[in-house]
Design a protein around this ligand. Structure first.
Ligand code: TYC
Length: 119
């Protein structure tokens, strides 16, 4: 190796002894590639006796990108079964959607609630 003022900082060698490093007592933990998909969370909207059906349909269209037909079907499922899953997202997105739905309902004086649940 050519000697330069900085050659002690540069490793061109795969042989530790050549660089004056100890041999055989250095543990190297390779980082594992992060390939696992993230955990996913359902956003579940709950039924109540007071929120107007039209308002729930508006929520499903506006926050969950459903068309009128799908939004109406999901709203009626919530109304008859007590709750329904409206979308599945990563945790941050699910938490944000749930908070936005509750905020928007409160701004309009409706008691609509939702929660998130790990899939
Ligand atoms: N049960 C409500 C009513 O009869 C309608 C409703 C549907 C409310 C879905 C909330 O998440 C809900 N007006």
């Amino acid at each position: 190796m050519r000697k330069t003022p900085y050659s002690h900082l540069v490793s061109n060698s795969r042989n530790p002894e050549e660089e004056g490093l100890p041999v055989g007592d250095v543990a190297v933990q390779e980082t594992r590639p992060q390939l696992a998909p993230p955990p996913m969370y359902k956003v579940i909207i709950l039924n109540d006796d007071y929120t107007p059906m039209d308002f729930v349909v508006e929520i499903l269209e506006g926050f969950f990108n459903m068309d009128r037909e799908k939004a109406t079907r999901v709203m009626l499922t919530i109304h008859t079964e007590g709750e329904a899953t409206c979308g599945i997202y990563t945790r941050d997105v699910a938490e944000t959607k749930a908070a936005q739905v509750i905020d928007y309902a409160q701004q309009n004086q409706h008691p609509l609630l939702c929660r998130i649940e790990k899939t």
